[in-house]
Design a protein around this ligand. Structure first.
Ligand SMILES: C[S@@+](CC[C@H](N)C(=O)[O-])C[C@H]1O[C@@H](n2cnc3c(N)ncnc32)[C@H](O)[C@@H]1O
Length: 486
């Protein structure tokens, strides 16, 4: 079998000071049996004489065995082993692989999800590997057992982290999440935080949450922590910990205004969706000169926002579209219906080499007819969903359509426009930071479901909250997503 790449296997090994800090807390007695469910080169199991490690990579297993000859190292998939083993442990520590759902697939994934389901943790198809690793590891603890792990910062916002945290608060006496701003793994775009859980087979109504600027070696989790009520985390913050990165006062101001009667969520005012997917952008987007060359009738060409970078700050106007055309930009979507007869000139274009190539593209192959691009809409606004500083909401005054490089926002009623006028305000920026999520590299991403949650108060309501506090909260969240860092 081909050896997986470092990324495919999620094989990024933990720095020594982090390893020894987690071990010092997790292992209390010499006799304690320690489990590392994904032991890599054995750096956790090397730190304690009574240890078991599982690792799927043969070469890493060999290094682990050489490094910790006293340990029991199993080569293979952790989930198969976990489903069979009768062993139980006082403690577990490590750094589970972070393999996103697109690559965490096949038999291993099916086995992992089924095992978690049988343990009472129900993950959707979008869960990354590390969350099922933690659920299954917890299930192998003895009553009173504990775990200390490096976890992706996604634990603070990803929807699939919610079933994990629900599972943990239902099974442990204490659950402590430590957010660490400076990267534990400088070579990775993902941030990592730390997770400590203690007292297996207990339960808790709170999540302890500490905020550190940078990791400091320590034999225990930080003494200072906020007590996040699980009830509040569920009902007020959509089961996210990220809002607890800002001050309590900042959160209270936000909640007060976001839930006030002068405020609407974007999803109440508009439908937010993705733009169309052509399947072969270069073929379906013609330059005016190409349209002329192939004699494509104007009524079959629709001006489009092909790329988020083309968006102006406030409005897409007909004058702007005329400029794009004068520049001969490839912004004319070939919009063909499923049923209409095609003019001969268009059939000629579809039969070019480029057309033959385009119809082989996956999205074209799976639709009938291949040349009819579905879901072409004319939205009222375009919303950039990957932003450095802030997402922009741009009014569509030119009847353009858009690709999936931006979100399409279609108003539910004309009167909704006045609420959107506060988009650029600091308060709405805070809402975008809280409802969206960091993407690495300083970027903020707003999925359609997240954009639908953005809170839009009236201008008058915004003026009533202290602007400096809101600006501070925005700044804090940008700092946590490393905006502006080189
Ligand atoms: C992030 S590394 C951590 C290694 C070590 N615990 C450390 O912290 O340095 C994750 C490890 O999980 C292993 N792995 C990935 N999928 C696995 C699976 N299904 N079963 C066992 N190990 C797996 C990878 O090969 C990789 O060595």
């Amino acid at each position: 079998m081909r050896r997986l790449t470092q990324k495919e296997a999620g094989a990024y090994y933990t720095p020594d000071p982090v390893v020894s800090s987690l071990l010092q807390w997790a292992v209390r007695l010499e006799d304690d049996r320690l489990l590392d469910p994904a032991c890599g080169d054995g750096r956790f199991i090397a730190g304690h004489r009574n240890a078991v490690g599982i690792e799927q990579d043969l070469q890493a297993t060999q290094v682990a065995m050489a490094r910790a000859p006293w340990a029991l190292v199993h080569e293979g998939d952790f989930f198969s082993w976990a489903a069979e083993t009768a062993e139980r442990f006082e403690c577990a520590a490590g750094n589970p692989p972070f393999i996103r759902y697109q690559s965490f697939n096949g038999v291993i994934r099916a086995r992992a999800i089924a095992l978690c389901g049988s343990l009472g943790a129900h993950f959707s198809g979008l869960a990354s590997s590390w969350a099922p690793f933690l659920v299954c590891t917890a299930s192998l603890l003895k009553p009173g057992g504990r775990m200390a792990f490096v976890v992706p910062a996604e634990i603070g916002h990803a929807p699939y982290a919610a079933p994990l945290l629900e599972f943990l608060v239902d099974r442990f006496k204490t659950v402590h999440v430590v957010a660490v701003r400076k990267k534990l793994f400088p070579e990775l775009s993902e941030d990592c935080w730390l997770l400590y859980t203690d007292g297996f087979e207990g339960r808790t109504q709170e999540i302890r949450f500490s905020v550190l600027d940078h990791f400091r070696p320590s034999s225990r989790p930080p003494r200072e922590f906020a007590r996040v009520s699980v009830k509040e985390w569920r009902s007020e913050w959509n089961r996210r910990l990220r809002p607890y990165l800002i001050s309590q006062h900042g959160r209270e101001l936000y909640r007060h205004l976001a839930t006030g009667c002068d405020t609407h969520r974007l999803g109440e005012l508009a439908n937010v969706g993705i733009g169309y997917v052509s399947g072969a952008n270069d073929f379906f987007h013609l330059r005016p000169s190409e349209a002329e060359k192939w004699d494509v009738p104007g009524k079959l060409l629709h001006p489009t926002v092909r790329n988020g970078r083309a968006l102006p700050a406030i409005r897409v106007t007909t004058a702007l579209v005329e400029r794009w055309k004068a520049n001969d930009d490839p912004i004319l979507l070939l919009k063909l219906s499923k049923t209409d007869d095609l003019p001969r000139s268009v059939r000629r274009y579809l039969d070019t080499d480029a057309g033959r190539e385009a119809r082989q593209a996956y999205k074209c192959r799976v639709r009938d007819p291949w040349y009819s691009v579905p879901d072409v809409q004319v939205p009222d606004y375009f919303l950039s969903y990957m932003s450095g500083l802030e997402p922009s909401l741009v009014r569509n005054d030119a009847q353009c359509t858009c690709t999936n490089s931006v979100h399409s926002v279609r108003l539910k009623s004309v009167s909704a426009r006045r609420y959107l006028a506060t988009w650029g305000s600091e308060f709405v920026q805070l809402s975008c930071e809280l409802e969206g999520h960091p993407l690495g590299g300083g970027m903020l991403k707003l999925e359609p479901r997240e954009a639908a949650q953005v809170a839009l108060p009236t201008r008058r309501a915004i003026e009533r909250v202290p602007a400096a506090e809101i600006a501070q909260a925005v700044h804090t969240l940008r700092t946590w997503r490393h905006y502006g860092e080189s």
